[in-house]
Structure formats: C-alpha cells, structure tokens
Design a protein around this ligand. Structure first.
Ligand code: HEC
Length: 303
C-alpha cells in the first residue's frame, strides 16, 4: 500500500520536488553572483547553463503533466553532475587546474566554504544529484501503469515495472558518486586542518613560499589572483612595490597594519579599479596567525 502511495505521489509531485531543487539552486547561484558579488568561474558557467533551463523545463512538464518529463530533464542533470564532479575534483586537488579555467577567476577558488568543505560546486553537485534521483524514481513511477484508481483496487496486482534494471543501477551510481565526493571534500578539509595546526613561526622566506602556494588547504592561494610583476593585474592588483604603497593607502595606518587588514578584512579598504568582495574573505580562519605574520613580513620586503 505504502509502495503504491509513493509511486502515486511521485507521479503527481516528482516534477514539483525536482522543480523546488532547481529553483533553490538557481536562486542560490544568482544570490552568490548578484548579491554577494562572487564572480562565477568558467566551470560555474557550464553548471549554470545546465541548471537554469531546468526550472522552465520542469515547470512546463508539470503543467502539461508530461510523463516523459524525466527524459527531458535527465540529460541536463546527468551532464550537470559530470561538470560538478569534475569541478569538485579540481577543488580538492585530485585533478590539476585545467587551462579552461585560465580566463576570469580560477576554478579552484572557493568563495563559500561552510564547515570547511561545503563549497558551491559541492552544493551544485548535490542539487543535480537530487534532481537525477527524483527523476529516475519518477520515471519508475510512471512505468508502473497504476491507472486512475490503482490506489484502491490494484494493490495486489501491481504490474511489474516495464523499465529495465538500469534505472536502479543509475540511481545507485549517482548516490554513490555524491557520497564519495562529500567524503573526499570532508577528508581534505580535515587533512588541511591537521597541517595548519602543526605550522611553526614563519619568516619572510617562508612567507614568500606561502604566498606562492596554489591553495591553503581549502582556501585559494594569493598567487591565484596576485602577480608580483609590476603592472600585471590579475583578478587582484599586482603586489609589486606594495610595501611602499601600503604605507600611503589609509592615512594613519602603518604599512604592516594595512597589509594585515588587507588579508583578514579585504573589504575594509578597496583598491581603486577593483571590486569589493572579490578577494577571498576567509583568510582569518584559513590561515594561522603565524602564517598571516609570515605573509605580512614577506609583503613588507616588496619595496
Ligand atoms: C580571489 C582573488 C584574490 C585572492 C585569492 C587574494 N586576493 Fe588580495 N586582492 C584581491 C582583489 C580583487 C583586491 C583589490 C580589492 C581590495 O582591495 O579588496 C586585493 C587586494 C589585496 C591587497 C591590497 C593591495 C593594495 O594595492 O592595496 C593586498 C595586500 C592583498 N590583496 C593581499 C593578498 C594576500 C596576501 C593574499 C593571499 C593570502 C590574497 N591577497 C589573496 C583579490 C585576491
């Protein structure tokens, strides 16, 4: 009986459930880019291209009560899972940063990092997986041919599903991918926390090494956005000669204080020609006090 109820529920509301996930993902993504002003990277754009149309496709499928809806939705959600998986693997250093990601912000840049590992691509992967799972189950529900009054009469004579076992295999595979990547991200975050707590005091040389590091565990490295060559702006300004400029940026603030402030609270002073909110905002948590000291000491040598 309950089994029948689930199938009937999915026939009626499977599309609606998937639509809710797609709308949440779309609004979340628009919030991050339009309100929080995070710049979407190349791979983020591919995920947006695959997620946004789903809101309309699902809506039309629901209005039309189209039982073929899963066939229109699954190509998008499965491709979306592929792109998000690739993105999560780059973020966690399993795949090296590809050349596709050289324009705009680096794809390994993490703007959002809840609990140290829940990033935008991981959330996108979760949304694409949920939509995929709901759509596969909805497809199964429709292929049960329950008919109008199945709930009352056909309990003992549920026809065996016409859909092949591939549907369950696919469903299991998608859920396993999701669990594996969550586990990977959580493990990487734990690993980098271990590394952070064992770091000793740092001088300018280790400050420089730190500056050149591509990532700090889960946070982006400085070199991802800043060049040390004069006049070469990346996502952020060139830091060539920053020691001299730092002393003049904010009246009454010493170069050292300004540099420390620029790292832990980048929006407290925004350099002309650059936008607020673009520099990674979480360095106070991502780096130890020693590491921040080391970076400041190094930057002060850039006369
Ligand atoms: C996501 C890109 C990004 C990353 C990563 C990043 N920054 Fe920045 N940074 C910016 C942008 C954009 C600005 C200019 C806007 C502002 O002042 O906030 C900036 C400004 C600065 C400034 C002020 C420069 C000036 O001319 O006054 C300093 C200093 C700085 N960053 C240091 C660092 C250090 C050190 C790191 C690594 C711990 C780092 N940044 C990581 C993007 C980034």
């Amino acid at each position: 009986m309950t089994k029948i109820r689930i199938w009937l529920f999915l026939q009626d509301y499977g599309g609606v459930l998937a639509l809710l996930v797609a709308i949440t993902a779309t609004l979340g993504s628009l919030y991050y880019s339009e309100v929080a002003k995070f710049v979407p990277c190349t791979l983020c754009w591919y995920q947006r291209i695959l997620m946004y149309p789903l809101t309309l496709i699902l809506l039309i499928g629901i209005i039309k009560q189209d039982e073929h809806l899963p066939f229109y939705v699954l190509p998008f959600s499965l491709l979306g899972m592929g792109v998000s998986t690739y993105h999560v693997l780059i973020e966690n250093g399993v795949i090296s940063h590809p050349t596709t990601c050289t324009t705009g912000v680096p794809c390994s840049l993490r703007y959002v990092n809840y609990l140290g590992f829940i990033t935008i691509p991981l959330m996108a992967l979760t949304a694409f997986t949920l939509i995929t799972v709901i759509m596969i189950a909805t497809h199964r529900a429709f292929s049960h041919e329950l008919g109008g009054d199945a709930g009352q009469t056909a309990v003992s004579t549920i026809p065996e599903s016409r859909s092949a076992p591939y549907a369950w295999a696919l469903l299991l595979a998608t859920v396993l991918v999701l669990i594996a990547l969550w586990a990977l991200a959580a493990f990487r975050s734990w690993e980098s926390n271990q590394a952070l707590t064992t770091t000793a005091a740092l001088g300018p040389a280790s400050g420089q090494a730190l500056f050149q590091q591509p990532t700090f565990g889960t946070a982006p490295g400085c070199i991802a956005c800043h060049s040390l060559d004069p006049g070469v702006a990346g996502v952020g300004p060139s830091l060539s000669g920053i020691a001299g400029q730092a002393a003049q940026r904010v009246p009454g603030q010493s170069a050292g204080d300004y540099l420390r402030q620029s790292i832990v609270a980048p929006d407290s002073h925004v350099v002309d020609g650059f936008a607020a909110g673009v520099m990674y905002q979480g360095y106070e948590e991502a780096l130890t006090k020693n590491q921040i000291d080391g970076l400041v000491t190094f930057l002060l040598t850039l006369e």
